[in-house]
Design a protein around this ligand. Sequence first.
Ligand SMILES: Nc1ncnc2c1ncn2[C@@H]1O[C@H](COP(=O)(O)OP(=O)(O)OP(=O)(O)O)[C@@H](O)[C@H]1O
Length: 300
Amino acid sequence: MGIHIENISKSYKDVNALKNISFDVKPNELFGLIGPDGAGKTTLFRILTTLLIANEGKASVAGMDVLLDYKEIRKHVGYMPGRFSLYQDLTVEENLKFFATIFGTTIEENYDLIKEIYVQIEPFKDRRAGKLSGGMKQKLALCCALIHKPKVLFLDEPTTGVDPVSRKEFWEMLKRLQEKNITILVSTPYMDEAALCDRIALIQDGKILQIDTPEAIVNQYPKTIYNVSANNMYQVIKSLKAYSHQHSVYPFGEFVHYTDTREDFNTLDLNHYLEAQNLTNITIEKTQATIEDSFMELAK
Ligand SMILES: Nc1ncnc2c1ncn2[C@@H]1O[C@H](COP(=O)(O)OP(=O)(O)OP(=O)(O)O)[C@@H](O)[C@H]1O
């Protein structure tokens, strides 16, 4: 009941949105597609949900071919597209009823699957979807994508524009859905969410950079990373970028993440260099690599 993707390519005129993509999502897996805007995530979702035809390659969802069995696939997948998926002028309850009806089911029939999520928006069941908060919209959209009890769930950037508390709750919900035998492919531009998936594919410019568990990807990071800070962070970045031994330099929260080209790198050398750049309150400390660091390194 997983997903199989083999040598899929897709172009829009002169834009190569997907370049020879291959990977498998195992049954019951919570698999993350992680990449920036324009990486090709939506294009892949649209191919897998049979809304778009690839130029090359083949793919199957829950054992069904996306071209040959497209009608059957549509009955068995749930798709929560990134932007538009709700009818803004229909109420919460009307949206859910609508999605249940087009799949030939009722809210009552599959209530168990959505109950945990729906109870949170039920107090607003008579409110129009357009008048809900971002987090509530997202919960309703998830209920609508689940109402026909899909085998595979596709979620395209479900947490974009949602507050951190709702984002956390959303991921907890996904973990619980996974326990109900649903395979989930979820995309996100947020690197911190990647750590919550069983496995992830890092994607950029239509190409897969790496596929593995989040832990394995982080463990394969090839360098030692340093958190660097000083009184003037803008100057820190500028100075580090001009430093002849720098391998990578990018802002990371309140610090700059720095890696050096030398095997025998000594933080004192860097400290002296930054002092010579008139910086004060300099700190340079080793830190752990994150998925974002791995992504930046692979995307270099
Ligand atoms: N209908 C289209 N016509 C032309 N180019 C397109 C079309 N749809 C997508 N693209 C281009 O294909 C590339 C991949 O887009 P896609 O929407 O799949 O990426 P994404 O990772 O989902 O990013 P986003 O979050 O911005 O949607 C981008 O360069 C985009 O501009």
